[in-house]
Design a protein around this ligand. Structure first.
Ligand SMILES: NC(=O)c1ccc[n+]([C@@H]2O[C@H](COP(=O)([O-])OP(=O)(O)OC[C@H]3O[C@@H](n4cnc5c(N)ncnc54)[C@H](OP(=O)(O)O)[C@@H]3O)[C@@H](O)[C@H]2O)c1
Length: 383
């Protein structure tokens, strides 16, 4: 790792955010605007007001500003013009696998191939000196013994020999398994940007969030198979299969990204795990439901189904963003409350009334939400 080029500041010039219309990207844009940046917000379709009006409205928040730019990750060169003159790119766009017509192969290409394309546009810009890439904890978490605590040195392809054949990172498995496609695509994209950045003398950083929840800035962020939507599902009384959460607030993911761009203390290739601060955010779904039940005592928060042992993982604690960047993270209660309150404010959920159905452990209630229309078989879903 070489010394990173000069940190970025709002007075240096514009910055660009890919995936601005998305859940995390929208928070990155808002955070930058609040700190005075001129933000070029890249969206697929700016005429889709359901997905872009909240970004235009950020011009009224200030002191920074937002302009919208239509760009698509599947079209080579589409980001060339937007990146010209920018000092930093925040790359938060990805094919997540929940769009119509999505396949595991498209997820892989939308992580790795698309990030190669973003790097090409950065090189052509001649002005971008920092790239902050929203990778994922999927590029970090690897098979390990119970109790293993992951750090930024962990990569998802460690201990590959202990994965079963259907989870090996072969081309054939990538074509058929979304989780493998995503983890492999994110890992390769990260390694690629660090190597390329070193060659061309810029600095690239990876942000690796686990289960991101917190307030929705647009009703369009109610999307299938997302964690913020699963919170709403439980409030509406839909049960889900058991899950161990490692929770990070979406605002902390956004704040960290700006702090990474502005930090004088980091170097090309540094990674940041964005996860729970301590045990309070590394919790079983039943514990999460207890928090929700406490915050909303009149609501019958739904429980888990499926028998089987709980696996207490992935374990990983948020440290570097606090010690190196000075991040002051939200508490889990604040995160859960603000997620639910935003779903209520947008009119996206009708809370289940007065039943103690959070105790329904072990029973498949046979009711499935349209946001989580079926539960993936074990291991088919990742961060
Ligand atoms: N949410 C989490 O828990 C979590 C955890 C770890 C990592 N991440 C990573 O965080 C990033 C953002 O995720 P998110 O939760 O904010 O998901 P999201 O709301 O679905 O946002 C994804 C964004 O990517 C854009 N996109 C998809 N295909 C595109 C294409 N072909 N061209 C241009 N843009 C395209 C989407 O555009 P539209 O708005 O037009 O659909 C959307 O803005 C992703 O890289 C994801 O892997 C998320």
């Amino acid at each position: 790792m070489s010394d990173a080029p000069k940190p970025v500041s709002a007075s240096d010039g514009p910055v660009a955010v890919t995936g601005s219309g998305g859940y995390i990207g929208s928070h990155v844009v808002l955070n930058l605007v609040k700190h005075g940046y001129e933000v070029r917000a890249c969206v697929r379709d700016s005429s889709n007001l359901l997905n872009s009006a909240h970004l235009s409205a950020m011009n009224h928040v200030g002191p920074g500003s937002v302009t919208l730019h239509n760009c698509d990750l599947t079209i080579p060169g589409d980001y060339d013009e937007v990146f010209k003159g920018c000092t930093c790119v925040f790359h938060a766009a990805a094919e997540m696998g929940n769009l119509e017509g999505s396949t595991p192969q498209k997820v892989y290409d939308g992580c790795f191939g698309a990030t190669q394309m973003i790097m090409d546009s950065i090189k052509k810009s001649g002005s971008v000196r920092r790239l902050v890439y929203t990778s994922s904890f999927a590029a970090v978490g690897h098979p390990a013994e119970d109790g293993h605590i992951h750090t930024e040195d962990c990569w998802a392809d460690m201990n590959m020999e202990s994965r079963p054949p259907e989870k090996q990172w072969t081309d054939e498995v990538v074509r058929g398994n979304r989780e493998v496609a995503y983890a492999k695509g994110k890992s390769e994209a990260e390694r690629y940007i660090y190597a390329e950045a070193e060659k061309v003398g810029i600095a690239a950083f990876g942000v690796c969030p686990c289960h991101v929840i917190g307030p929705l800035l647009s009703a369009s962020h109610q999307r299938p198979w997302t964690w913020q939507t699963r919170i709403g599902d439980m409030m509406e009384g839909f049960a889900h299969s058991r899950m161990f959460w490692n929770i990070v607030d979406v605002r902390d993911v956004a704040e960290s990204q700006r702090l990474i761009a502005e930090s004088p203390d980091n170097k090309n290739g540094e990674r940041y795990n964005l996860v729970a601060t301590d045990e309070s955010g590394q919790i079983r779904q039943t514990e999460l439901q207890s928090i929700m039940q406490r915050l909303y005592p009149s609501v019958g928060v739904a429980g888990v189904f499926r028998d089987g042992a709980w696996r207490n993982g992935p374990l990983c604690v948020l440290q570097k963003p606090i010690t190196q960047l000075g991040l002051k993270p939200h508490t889990v209660e604040e995160t859960v409350r603000d997620n639910v309150d935003s779903l209520l404010a947008w009119g996206l959920i009708t809370p289940a009334q007065g039943v103690d159905n959070w105790q329904r452990e072990g029973k498949d209630l046979g009711i499935k939400s349209k946001w989580w229309p079926h539960d993936y078989p074990a291991g088919e879903r990742s961060r």
